[in-house]
Design a binder for this molecule. Sequence first.
Ligand code: BJW
Length: 236
Amino acid sequence: MIVEQLKKRIVVLTGAGISAESGLGTFRDSGGLWENYDISKVATINAWHQNPAMVLAFYNARRRQVIAAKPNEGHYALAALEEFYDVTIITQNIDDLHERAGSSKIIHLHGEILKGRGVDTDKFLYPLDGDIELHHKTPNGQRMRPHIVWFGEAVPKMEEAEVMVRGCEILIVIGTSLNVYPAAGLRYACPNWCEKYLVDPGSIEIDDQQFEYFKGPATVQVPLLVDHLISKAKNS
Ligand code: BJW
């Protein structure tokens, strides 16, 4: 056990890849979600305005998948890291698998599928355990929509995320193609002396030689990386 104040600060940026082995599809891999759906029809603010029924059907189906999914060894390993480090997870994922694995500090950049909000404000969020129907309203009478950040919408948690990355000593990037901004740009915010690790089975071309690449699936590589970091903490 390490005294709270002496713990090094780790920020972990996660993407769809960490939940892939929990059965939740990624977006851009072969067989990923965007191969079966047209992004512009389901994950943009324009799509919501033009065809809310189609957007709701897409997210209702994904909500059911999330509810049925379970955290995997990657999620659990990150939760275990908290005994030795001050860990903040910044996730682009809308699932709750980090929470269910036991991580305590989580910033959801692209929203949370198990929450709904009114169309005019994300100030009030409502827990969801089932589908949103077209006629559903919030308690103050607004049409209910999923609490998701679509293309073309601002990313409200970016500032909070950037502050965390600026102050971190170790940055870990897991299971993201780094295609979507502004999330993908967060890696540039960390101090240039900070330790950096990347976990991904693909061939991520990262324009920063300082990243140590743990190449392979999250369920294998995240526990290995976490063991490595815990040994370092114990020996320091
Ligand atoms: C494994 C694995 C295993 C496989 N283990 N790994 C700058 C330049 C160009 C464009 C822009 C820019 N800045 C903004 C933009 C526009 C746009 C954008 O980025 N477009 C790009 C496509 C170019 N960005 C936006 O619109 C954002 N908003 C914004 O910028 O607002 C500005 C604004 C200000 C003020 C007013 C108004 C506007 C919003 C972005 C919202 C993204 N939303 C989505 C969908 C909603 C959530 C959902 O439905 O789930 O979020 S898109 C989708 O992509 C989703 C994801 O969170 C996001 C990232 O995907 P991710 O996680 O990287 O997944 P994949 O599939 O790409 O990669 C998976 C990885 O896992 C791969 O590397 C695999 O190898 C790996 N993997 N198995 C470990 N077992």
